[in-house]
Design a protein around this ligand. Structure first.
Ligand SMILES: Cc1cc2nc3c(=O)[nH]c(=O)nc-3n(C[C@H](O)[C@H](O)[C@H](O)COP(=O)(O)OP(=O)(O)OC[C@H]3O[C@@H](n4cnc5c(N)ncnc54)[C@H](O)[C@@H]3O)c2cc1C
Ligand SMILES: NC(=O)c1ccc[n+]([C@@H]2O[C@H](COP(=O)([O-])OP(=O)(O)OC[C@H]3O[C@@H](n4cnc5c(N)ncnc54)[C@H](O)[C@@H]3O)[C@@H](O)[C@H]2O)c1
Length: 472
């Protein structure tokens, strides 16, 4: 057994762990990083990257079917599903060097390709090593949650970890779960030519503003994705190529393949949390506002910390932990500045409070400003006029923004900045945006906020009349 002493031990080389290791090592700390699996974690290997690559393939196919309206075509896409999966694999391979052990060793990080397990409050065992660290960061992520649906364990099913190995296009893909994974993959597969049926226990995209989610669901249904809501999967049976799902409403849905996408389970098994004096619940490791666990030397970040599960959140956590662990500066997670986006078409993005949440917190002080896509010139030129931007404003400052429409994931960045920097609507209105862009909607909504104040205001009119009388 070899004993290593270090300033910082990072357990898990995914989105969160890699950011901590790179930042801390480049700022002079001694860092040990543990990873038994593929470097890059879920996002690179089984999550964000492959899913967005397959979505891009679906977009190409869909673009061809819709091209006639632009005077192009007629075109019917010939989809080679295996080649689309090759594009997915190539995308991962092109990004992977950024997360490679060699790159991190170049920063001075000691990378050990073993799983870590706490053996005491300050020591972690990884293979033949015992690492004693001043501070420890648990960044072990999450895995697909597989529910106890009768029959599920006896049929072949896919998860986000195995979907990318498929070489033949599913003729009819059944998806249990209408969250972001379920719907992103439903639309991508539909566009690549599969029949797709989504079974959702409650409301699809249930975490989102219902008005905005309904716009996404309508477009998905128009494209031919069958979505059944308020009906949990009750039983599963069948064999490869012939799978049946019985739902609570008594219906039976038949398909050739099954994707299970009903949420995530924090990766805490085998971590020896008890030996480390680290408290956890079914949601994940319990942390305070500064991401510290019940063991004050240990932080938990990213998916394993049981909060919002996004790569940019894991990266944000990483930045806070580096500040606290290296410089001793106080840090505090600000949940209100964390954006999220679902990459369906139209995209759906949110930062801060939704309308319902803002109403609950701010009551009558809340103003909701709406800006539809119809009158945006670029959207019209691109025949992409389905969309709505809602900004929740209290006393001249945005407290939340919900966006559904083309490029919603890009547009939300302005509101993420507005919320994190505490900007006022007047500052958004004052920015100059290139014409013609979809981003003009961000400025336009601020204009809509000020319009009644300026154009329906007798005082303003009186002032203008007086000034005009005196101006030379
Ligand atoms: C299909 C899908 C699509 C997604 N799309 C998006 C998206 O578009 N945008 C977005 O922001 N988020 C997306 N996410 C979520 C995103 O992937 C996660 O939030 C992110 O990967 C979490 O980072 P993490 O560092 O917490 O965990 P991970 O990236 O999962 O990394 C954890 C690492 O820890 C390792 N590990 C586990 N146990 C141990 C141990 N005992 N010792 C050492 N190492 C260990 C694992 O092998 C893994 O490499 C998606 C997720 C899925 C599943
Ligand atoms: N664009 C993105 O950023 C992106 C994309 C994909 C995933 N993610 C992350 O990964 C996480 C997990 O995604 P997800 O879609 O698996 O989880 P989710 O928890 O967001 O959605 C799962 C859905 O499955 C439903 N469900 C649960 N049990 C069911 C049953 N027995 N029958 C039918 N439906 C059932 C739930 O009601 C829920 O709507 C997300 O919360 C998100 O944080 C992010």
């Amino acid at each position: 057994m070899q004993t290593l002493k270090t300033d910082l031990l990072v357990i898990g080389a995914g989105s969160g762990g890699l950011s901590v290791a790179a930042g801390a090592a480049q700022m002079g700390a001694r860092v040990v990083l543990l990873e038994p699996g593929e470097m890059g974690g879920d996002c690179l290997n089984h999550g964000c990257v492959p899913s967005k690559a397959l979505i891009a393939a679906g977009e190409r196919a869909h673009g061809m079917t819709g091209a006639a309206a632009f005077g192009v075509g007629p075109n019917a896409p010939q989809v080679d599903y295996a080649a689309a999966q090759d594009h997915v694999a190539e995308t991962i391979a092109r990004i992977a060097p950024m997360d490679s052990p060699e790159r991190f060793e170049g920063f001075g990080v000691t990378v050990i390709r073993e799983a870590g397990r706490f053996i005491s409050a300050r020591e972690v065992q990884a293979g033949a090593h015992v690492i004693r660290a001043r501070r420890i960061v648990v960044a072990t992520g999450s895995s697909p949650f597989v529910p106890l649906i009768p029959g599920l364990s006896e049929v072949p099913y896919l998860t986000n970890e195995t979907l990318w190995d498929l070489r033949e296009r599913p003729e009819h893909l059944l998806i249990v779960g209408g969250g972001p994974i379920g719907l992103e993959m439903a639309q991508a597969h539909r566009r690549l030519g599969s029949r797709v049926t989504v079974i959702e226990a409650e409301r699809a995209l249930g975490r989102e503003d219902p008005e905005m989610a309904a716009i996404v669901l309508e477009d998905l249904r128009t494209e031919g994705v069958e979505i059944h809501e308020d009906t949990p999967a009750r039983a599963v049976r069948g064999t490869a190529g012939a799978i049946e799902i019985e739902t609570a409403d008594g219906r039976c849905h038949r398909g050739t393949h099954l994707l299970v996408a009903v949420g995530r389970r924090a990766n805490t098994d085998g971590l020896g949390l008890e030996a480390g004096g680290i408290a956890a619940t079914g949601q994940g490791i319990t942390v305070d506002a500064g991401l510290r666990t019940s063991n004050r030397r240990v932080y938990a970040i990213g998916d394993v910390a049981g909060g919002p599960q996004f790569t940019h959140v894991a990266g944000y956590h990483a930045g806070l932990v580096v500040r606290n662990a290296l410089f001793g500066l106080p840090v505090r997670v600000k949940p209100q500045i964390l954006p999220r986006a679902t990459y369906t078409a139209p995209e759906l993005a949110q930062v801060g409070l939704t309308e319902a949440e803002a109403r609950q917190v701010h009551g009558d002080r809340l103003e909701v400003i709406r800006q539809p896509w119809q009158h945006n010139d670029r959207a019209v030129a691109q025949r992409a006029t389905t969309g709505l931007l809602k900004v929740m404003v209290v006393r001249g400052r945005p407290v939340g923004a919900s966006i559904v429409g083309a490029q919603a994931g890009e547009l939300i960045a302005t509101w993420a900045l507005a919320l994190s920097a505490g900007l006022k609507m007047s500052q958004i209105a004052g920015m100059v945006v290139p014409y013609p862009t979809i981003a003009e909607l961000n400025k336009r909504v601020a204009g809509t906020y000020f319009s009644p104040r300026l154009f329906e205001n007798e005082t303003v009119k009186r002032i203008v009349r007086v000034v005009q009388r005196w101006l030379p």
